[in-house]
Each structure stands twice: as structure tokens, then as C-alpha cells.
Design a binder for this molecule. Structure first.
Ligand code: JAH
Length: 260
């Protein structure tokens, strides 16, 4: 998979050299190139931003450098990914979708964002996906690209050692994962649940399914709202797990309160 990333802070992408993403690059599964947007400027100050039409605070990224960058980087296979708080929320399904592509170009915006015409023009030549990490605003798209790359790269065949660990985790099944434990069996007065040490694989699997459903009901009732896929091996949302009680979970979740 070929990845091009365009940013005015290319050093922000240095972590892509590390860990399993770095290894995927050295083994040829992934080819990542990072470009400085200012390479496609021609004025003496290498300007990438200007004031917004219509007024308002902040600056907007000028279209010309982005146009030249995409002219140079686009291939017939390319898909453009633009991190944006106005994008589609990133999900495991979208990560799978991106992992099936052969060439991704990431455009990292800064300031108040990129001139809309860059995305509109690019969309006439290639698929364009605006992707959000959640309902908050960052200084720019660089860290979002690191997150998206991590979610995508681990799905590429050959990047992870154990293919089973891919399907048995939170969000692949559509529900949160059961809690995990390792040795020692007792630590600071806290014991590993006896059933996990019983060797009874049927009862262990049933316990994990029940834990997965009760945790999901308590912490992420939104994941159960549409009913469970048959593959999660579970009961329908209405009969499985705990009710989504207000304050019942560790975190406050929108929609977890009492219905009005
Ligand atoms: C902020 C350009 N939802 C995550 C996310 C992604 C991108 C940005 N903010 C949040 C962003 C300013 C300029 C992109």
C-alpha cells in the first residue's frame, strides 16, 4: 500500500518510522512518503494561508499549493483522505475500507481548514473522504493521520503476527471486549476470575460473551441500539446484559440517561 502525506509540519509524522508501522515499511508492505506543502509554493514567503472570504477569525489554506501537490501525487488508483472535524466519524468499518485501497493521499489541514475548492476539484478526479476522529478540534490533521494510519496499517495482511487477535477484539465484533487478565493469579489482593483458570473453554467463552454485552450496555449503549450482529454470538440488545442505567458506567455516554 502506497501512502502520501502532505503537511506544513512533516516532522509531526516522524512516529510513522516507529514500531509496527515502521517495520511494515521496511518489509515493503507499506510505502509512506511525507511531503512539505510549502514545496508547492513559489512566493518568497512560501505562503500557504490567507484571510477567509466573508470575514471571521483565523486563516484558510490557499488552494494553489494544494492543487499543485495533488496534481503531482495523484495516480489512477489514488483516494484522498482529509482529516476534519466535519468529516465522517472514523470506525473500524472505515479502517477496513481504507485498508483495501492501494494508494491513499492524506491532506493535513491547519488553521481554519483548506479552501473548499481543493476538495471539490479533487473529488472530480478521485474519491475523497473527510474523516473525523470525534467531536473535538485539533490544531491540524497531522495527529489524526497518525491515528488513521495506525487503525489501517494493522489490518494489512502480514503486519500483525496473529490474525486471530484481529477478530477477537473490541469493535471488530461490534461490542466491547471482555476484561483480560494475565499472571499472577492474585495481585494486591485482587484475584483473576476463577472461571478463567478453570480450563472449561465452553464456560469461559460464555462468560466472555456475557461480560462483553454487560460492559457494552453500561459503557456504550449506542453500540447496542441497532441490535447485535449474529456474529457477536449474543442476545438481542433488549434481552442481553445490563440496562443502560444513568451513571451506571465508568464514563458518561450521550444517550445513556433516562429517556425524556
Ligand atoms: C483542525 C484542520 N476530529 C478530529 C480532527 C481532525 C482534524 C482537525 N480537527 C479535529 C483539524 C484544524 C484544522 C484539521
Amino acid at each position: 500500500m502506497k501512502i502520501d502525506i502532505v503537511s506544513i509540519f512533516p516532522e509531526y509524522l516522524a512516529p510513522l518510522e516507529l514500531s509496527l508501522i515502521g517495520k511494515a515499511q521496511s518489509t515493503g508492505l507499506l510505502a509512506v512518503s511525507v511531503y512539505d506543502l510549502r514545496h508547492w509554493t513559489s512566493d518568497v514567503h512560501r505562503t500557504v494561508d490567507d484571510t477567509p472570504y466573508g470575514g471571521g477569525p483565523g486563516m484558510v489554506m490557499r488552494p494553489e499549493p494544494w492543487g499543485l501537490a495533488l496534481d503531482e501525487l495523484a495516480t489512477p488508483e489514488a483516494r484522498l483522505v482529509v482529516p476534519s472535524p466535519a468529516g465522517t466519524p472514523l470506525s473500524q468499518a472505515i479502517a477496513h475500507d481504507l485498508a483495501a485501497e492501494s494508494h491513499l493521499i492524506f491532506a493535513c489541514g491547519r488553521y481554519e481548514g483548506i479552501d473548499q475548492r481543493v476538495l471539490d476539484h479533487a473529488a472530480s478526479r478521485m474519491p475523497v473522504s473527510e474523516i473525523s476522529l470525534g467531536d473535538y478540534v485539533l490544531f491540524g490533521g497531522e495527529v489524526a493521520v497518525l491515528v488513521i494510519m495506525e487503525a489501517v496499517a494493522r489490518l494489512l495482511p502480514g503486519v500483525l503476527g496473529n490474525a486471530d487477535s484481529l477478530v477477537e477484539e473490541s469493535h471488530e465484533s461490534g461490542v466491547l471486549e471482555a476484561p483480560m487478565y494475565t499472571k499472577p493469579p492474585s495481585w494486591r489482593g485482587l484475584d483473576v476470575p476463577e472461571i478463567l483458570r478453570s480450563g472449561d473453554h465452553g464456560r469461559i467463552a460464555a462468560w466472555r460473551r456475557e461480560q462483553a454485552l454487560s460492559r457494552t450496555a453500561a459503557r456504550r449503549p449506542d453500540l447496542l441500539a441497532g441490535g447485535l450482529p449474529a456474529s457477536s454470538g449474543g442476545l438481542p440488545a433488549s434481552s442481553g446484559g445490563l440496562p443502560a442505567s444513568p451513571g451506571g458506567g465508568q464514563f458518561q455516554v450521550p444517550g445513556a440517561g433516562v429517556a425524556e
